[in-house]
Design a protein around this ligand. Structure first.
Ligand SMILES: [Zn+2]
Length: 228
């Protein structure tokens, strides 16, 4: 007789801010929400993908600017309530090469980082003018670009109780409008951040670029980077 009984159980440990993860407002704002404080409704919302990949290919210090947000609205209408505003800079293709991800030959020295993010002005514009959004997110290690010294975008968004999402993958595979983004974090009590299981659901089959999925009523695309 073949013995098929099996019991497996492992342990793991990790930093809060590694892989695809969420920054709770408390990460940069004293008294701000910690992971367990954030309402579940903040983790789900319509995806707004801001594609700056062409610019980022030329310039690793490129940032999402107010003009990019206005252009998106010109093309697709007003950024909706509860939106998850996500930067696609093409950076996730560089994962997991540390030198490429951080844009530096010395990735242990943060002063040498070169990767895209949200400009403080764009973040402030969202907070002032589109205050009903849920989150901003990036396909790079930080919502502040690599050369930031004062992490203004983190401070601006944390002060407005927005969630930040970092190291997102596959944003090039979802439409710039029309997907529902789910960014569900591990519920770490008192966490300043947490790993996120992130995925997009597309109810509109026409939005799916892969004809293979044309007959499926909805499509789920995983947008999380796996740990290595
Ligand atoms: Zn973080």
């Amino acid at each position: 007789m073949v013995d098929i009984f099996r019991y497996e159980s492992n342990s793991f440990s990790m930093a809060e801010h590694g892989g695809t993860h969420l920054d709770a407002p408390a990460h940069f704002w004293k008294g701000g929400w910690r992971v367990h404080d954030i309402p579940l409704t903040r983790f789900i919302g319509p995806g707004v993908v801001i594609d700056i990949s062409a610019r980022a290919q030329q310039n690793p210090d490129a940032q999402v600017e107010v003009a990019d947000l206005l252009k998106w609205e010109e093309d697709h209408g007003k950024i909706p309530e509860r939106a998850m505003v996500l930067m696609n800079s093409g950076w996730s293709q560089r994962w997991p090469n540390k030198t490429l991800v951080f844009g530096s030959r010395t990735p242990d020295d943060s002063s040498t980082f070169h990767f895209p993010g949200f400009s403080p002005k764009a973040s402030q514009w969202l907070v002032d003018n589109r205050k009903h959004i849920n989150a901003i997110g990036v396909d790079t290690p930080s919502v502040d670009y690599g050369q930031s010294r004062d992490f203004e975008t983190h401070v601006i968004t944390a002060g407005a109780s927005l969630v930040c999402l970092e190291n997102i993958a596959h944003l090039d595979k979802i439409p710039v409008k029309g997907a529902t983004i789910n960014a569900i974090p591990m519920k770490i009590r008192d966490g300043s951040g947490a790993p996120v299981r992130m995925f997009a659901i597309m109810n509109n089959v026409n939005a799916a670029q892969d004809v293979h999925f044309a007959k499926i009523s909805f499509l789920v695309i995983l947008v999380a980077i796996t740990f290595t």
